[in-house]
Structure formats: structure tokens, C-alpha cells
Write a protein that binds this ligand. Structure first.
Ligand SMILES: Cc1cc2nc3c(=O)[nH]c(=O)nc-3n(C[C@H](O)[C@H](O)[C@H](O)COP(=O)(O)OP(=O)(O)OC[C@H]3O[C@@H](n4cnc5c(N)ncnc54)[C@H](O)[C@@H]3O)c2cc1C
Length: 331
């Protein structure tokens, strides 16, 4: 079975790999450079932030993803030779008041501790985004996925209410199924009707601070993620500014102000990089994973909003399984 995947972020690449592992002939079609969208820009926390505020749809996808992460990351490391730096460093949630957080954690995680108004969740893991996307790209190549980049906008080829491949300015590719994994741009693709996904900008800072303890910290909408080599990420903003992936001095000042309240040493002199990414926003953070409502042969795996890295292996498995079962049923 031939499958075309539109978009080479974590979602497109993990989908392609899962399809290839089921014996499909897979091509990934990317408008720009593979793995440089939201997947590159994010923080790599593999856990929903304040899961007690989300509904079961979000938490189920996240928990399914979390259960697969350790084995998936190890496989990517082995296939690619690139270490995605998957590490269980724990998460401290500052000021988790009331009984709701503890009640949720008691049901869904193995251990947690209360420390005054804070909660410590030792089993929360992180991954280093640029390394994860590089490991995915190499693993896809090693598995025989054909990666095509710098194509400009790619869209499904639609004939008689069915997607029969993909098309772009300079070419097309016929396939039995098409999976749309175009992240924040999924609502912009022509010929498929409305797809309710929209860009939500998140700005991040990287600082050099080798003396910080290894656990991640969340407080009041902001977080801090210490990496293995002494780099610390601060994030993030949630901004509805369309497709503007620029950075602002005010966001940097606000993130640094927050960080200095947690660790006074994290001053502006420590900053080594400031960037922004566009999350694939969706209503209630519900990802769209499954068949397109009207076009046969078109599948969606998009709209993962704040948790695409966390959900990726679960959504990839689910969509690859559905596509292959449908093909089997049609034989
Ligand atoms: C600041 C920030 C912090 C985050 N932190 C976390 C976190 O800690 N944990 C977590 O789980 N998630 C986090 N996320 C969310 C996570 O990064 C996203 O949910 C995830 O990366 C979405 O992956 P994707 O592959 O759908 O999108 P992307 O990585 O954006 O990939 C989409 C790809 O599609 C391509 N494309 C677009 N249109 C077309 C077209 N027409 N034709 C061909 N190609 C096209 C793009 O060029 C891009 O390469 C964060 C995101 C941001 C921005």
C-alpha cells in the first residue's frame, strides 16, 4: 500500500515510520525543511501541564503516548545512532492547590509527593526536540521512507471526492492514502474543506545555567526545563498572532522575570537564544486523528496543540493501524 504524508514534523515523521513498519511504501512531502516547525521549537516535556484541567480526550492521548515513549525513544536512538536525550527528570508543579491535582495523580501516575503547596512528579520525562527530530529523520531514512523537502505547499490530489495522491507546484505522487500532518498550517491546505486547526505562537528562551537541579519546574503558566549539558529552557507564551513566528522583547522580559523568581541567578546575561514556534492549535487541545469527514482516502493526524511530542507515538500507531486495517478490509 502506498501512503503519502504531508508535513515532516514529529507527527508526520512518526506516522511515516509507523506505516513503514507495517510494510507500506511511504513518501513524506514537506514544504520547507524537515523537522523545523513546532516540533523543533518546543520544550520537550512529555506530560500534560496541569492534566487535571484537561478532559479525558487530551489526557488519554497523552497517557497513551507516555506509556510508549521510553521504548519508542530507545528504538529511535538505536535505528538512527542519534540520542534524543530522553530522560526521566521529574516535574515540580509549584502551587498546586486543592484536592483535584492529587486526586488525578493518584489515579494516573505511579508516585508523587506533596511538598507544601508544591507537587513533585518524579516519573515525568523530557526529550531534546532538535535531537528527536534528527533521530526521526534518520530512522525514517534507514527504514526506507522517501523524504521529499523544499517542495512549497503540498496538497492532496482530489479526484471524484477521493484523495488519490499529493500535488505541489512541480509535481505529484499517486498513493492509496494521504495523511495530513501539516501542523499549524493544516487549516490552510487547499481542496480539503475546513480543518479546525490554527497557529498559536509560543516563545522560548535558552539560558546557560549548569548549576540548576535536573528536575523541570512549572509555575503559573511558565516552565523551566534543564537539559543535560547545562542549557535551561524557559517557556512559554500562548499568543494568537496568526503565522507570525517572530519574537518580542516583552515576552523575553516576562519569561526572565518569572525565572528569576524561581532561581535568582537566571538573569539576562545567561540568555543564549530566543525563538518562537507555531503550535497546531485545536479546540480544547483535541487532536484530529482519523479519517477526513468527506474525502475518501484522506486521513488527518494534526491539531496536537500543546502536546504533540507527548502524543506522537500513540497517534502514529493509531492512525497507521486504522489505515492498514482499512486497506486490508478493502482487499
Ligand atoms: C514553544 C512550544 C513549546 C512546546 N512544548 C511542548 C512540550 O513541552 N511537550 C509537548 O508534547 N509538546 C510541546 N509543544 C507542542 C508540539 O511541539 C507540537 O504539538 C508538535 O510539534 C506538532 O507537531 P507537528 O508535526 O504537527 O507540527 P510541525 O512540527 O509544525 O510540523 C508540521 C510540518 O508541516 C509542514 N507543512 C505545513 N504546511 C505544509 C504543506 N502545505 N505542504 C507540506 N508541508 C507542510 C511544515 O513546514 C512543518 O515542517 C510545544 C510547542 C511550542 C511551539
Amino acid at each position: 500500500m502506498r501512503v503519502a504524508v504531508i508535513g515532516a514534523g514529529v507527527i508526520g515523521l512518526s506516522t511515516a515510520l509507523a506505516l513503514r513498519q507495517r510494510g507500506c511504501d511511504v513518501g513524506v512531502f514537506e514544504s520547507g525543511a524537515a523537522g523545523r516547525g513546532s516540533s523543533w521549537a518546543g520544550a520537550g516535556i512529555l506530560f500534560p501541564l496541569l492534566p487535571w484541567h484537561y478532559d479525558a480526550v487530551v489526557n488519554d492521548w497523552c497517557l497513551r503516548g507516555i506509556r510508549l515513549q521510553a521504548g519508542w525513544q530507545q528504538g529511535l536512538h538505536e535505528w538512527s545512532g542519534i540520542d534524543p536525550e530522553y530522560r526521566v527528570t521529574g516535574l515540580r508543579v509549584i502551587g498546586a492547590y486543592g484536592s483535584g491535582p492529587a486526586a488525578w495523580l493518584r489515579r494516573h501516575v505511579q508516585t508523587f509527593e506533596r511538598d507544601g503547596a508544591d507537587l513533585l512528579i518524579p516519573e515525568v520525562a523530557q526529550v531534546r526536540n532538535p535531537r528527536l527530530v534528527d533521530a526521526l529523520i534518520s530512522s525514517c531514512r534507514a527504514a526506507g521512507v522517501a523524504l521529499h523537502g523544499a517542495l512549497g505547499s503540498v496538497a492532496p490530489l482530489v479526484q471524484a471526492d477521493a484523495a488519490t495522491g499529493v500535488t505541489w507546484a512541480a509535481g505529484h505522487w499517486q498513493s492509496d492514502a494521504v495523511v495530513m500532518c501539516a501542523g499549524a498550517w493544516s487549516g490552510q491546505i487547499e481542496g480539503v474543506g475546513p480543518v479546525p486547526v490554527f497557529p498559536v505562537r509560543g516563545q522560548m528562551l535558552a539560558l546557560r545555567a549548569p548549576e540548576l537541579p535536573p528536575s523541570m519546574v512549572y509555575d503559573d503558566g511558565r516552565y523551566l526545563v534543564p537539559r543535560r549539558d547545562g542549557v535551561v529552557l524557559l517557556g512559554s507564551t500562548l499568543e494568537q498572532v496568526g503565522f507570525d513566528a517572530g519574537t518580542t522583547a516583552s515576552a523575553a522580559a516576562e519569561l526572565l522575570g518569572w525565572a528569576q523568581r524561581i532561581h535568582p541567578a537566571l538573569g539576562p546575561d545567561r540568555v543564549i537564544r530566543h525563538w518562537a514556534g507555531l503550535r497546531p492549535g485545536s479546540r480544547l487541545n483535541h487532536p484530529l486523528v482519523g479519517r477526513h469527514a468527506t474525502l475518501a482516502g484522506l486521513w488527518l493526524n494534526t491539531g496536537h496543540f500543546r502536546y504533540g511530542l507527548t502524543m506522537a507515538p500513540a497517534c502514529a500507531e493509531a492512525i497507521a493501524e486504522s489505515i492498514c486495517q482499512t486497506a486490508g478490509a478493502g482487499r
